[in-house]
Design a protein around this ligand. Structure first.
Ligand code: ZN
Length: 220
């Protein structure tokens, strides 16, 4: 079972989650000396919090395994701890992973219609109030006549709409387009008469057709 997020001591706001508790159970079982009993005696919120004492135990386990004592649970330390997890710990890990996934908004054509690298970007736009105008479309063409990023399956692009179609003057659409520009997973973004691309930045776009939607392409 893969690690959903890197776990570490964060200040002032501590990390909390069932995934933290799962790793605390694993570490307690690995190090023994009554640690599991002590952990079980704590309130749920305490069991799920990555506090200062847990850092010490993570470092101790890393020391015993002969790996870098960072006190941070990345993929390598996770594998180490996972070997000591019992059924309850594994269940907590799964519950955490399941609670994260629904935070994504599913495209109207389904998750499989859009490349997974764009799920988060798509979700951001939908949460801002833009509407789904499509992901996969085998007939979609670029102004040049070549198949667009919508025409691959799953699509490497999505369109998020708004009305009236005022292009760049729509405040929400502009805020979304500016948010997408420069993100690690975006290749280019079009809104109204402007386009941003990874290699050339913002400039004018004169082909039209984007007065009522933002087009966002991922990296192929
Ligand atoms: Zn498009």
């Amino acid at each position: 079972m893969a690690l959903t997020r890197t776990l570490k001591l964060t200040l002032p706001k501590l990390m909390v989650g069932k995934d933290v508790e799962a790793h605390k159970r694993g570490v307690a079982r690995a190090l023994g000396s009554g640690r599991l009993t002590t952990l079980m005696s704590k309130a749920p919120i305490v069991r799920r919090t990555f506090g200062v004492f847990f850092v010490t135990d993570v470092k101790r386990l890393q020391e015993l395994a002969g790996i870098s004592q960072s006190g941070v649970i990345g993929p390598v330390t996770h594998d180490l701890i996972y070997d000591h997890m019992d059924d309850l710990a594994v269940r907590l890990l799964k519950e955490y992973a399941a609670s994260v996934r629904p935070r994504l908004v599913e495209p109207n054509q389904g998750f499989n219609s859009l490349h997974s690298s764009l799920w988060e970007a798509y979700t951001i736009g939908r949460r801002m109030g833009l509407s789904d105008l499509g992901t996969y479309n085998p007939a979609s063409r670029l102004p040049s006549g070549a198949p667009s990023d919508h025409a691959v399956n799953p699509a490497m692009a999505f369109d998020l709409g708004f009305s009236p179609g005022t292009g760049w003057n729509n405040i929400t659409a502009r805020a979304f387009a500016e948010k997408m520009a420069g993100r690690a997973e975006t290749e280019y973004v079009i809104l109204g008469d402007r386009i941003w691309s990874r290699d050339r930045g913002w400039r004018r776009y004169s082909y039209g057709g984007h007065e009522g939607h933002v087009h966002c392409s991922g990296i192929r």
